[in-house]
Design a protein. Structure first.
Length: 73
């Protein structure tokens, strides 16, 4: 095999979906309702204590980032 015959690393090492699933109308509506409640104002100065972003008292915070359809990078 010649070096130029190898598949590119960009395609060889890819795992997961390249495109997410289409969002259903009910999901889009729920997302919009949730965003009104949970959206952060990124133009405001960041608080010294992140827990103050929540109405309820919290003792610990965990951040999970996901796409909701099983996709990953």
């Amino acid at each position: 095999m010649e070096p130029n015959d190898r598949p590119s690393r960009a395609t060889e090492g890819f795992f997961g979906r390249r495109h997410g699933k289409t969002i259903r109308p009910q999901q889009a509506a729920a997302l919009e309702r949730g965003l009104r409640t949970y959206r952060l104002d990124l133009t405001a100065e960041a608080p010294a204590d992140v827990a103050t972003l929540f109405k309820a008292e919290v003792s610990t915070l965990q951040l999970e980032i996901g796409f909701g359809g099983g996709e990953h990078l």
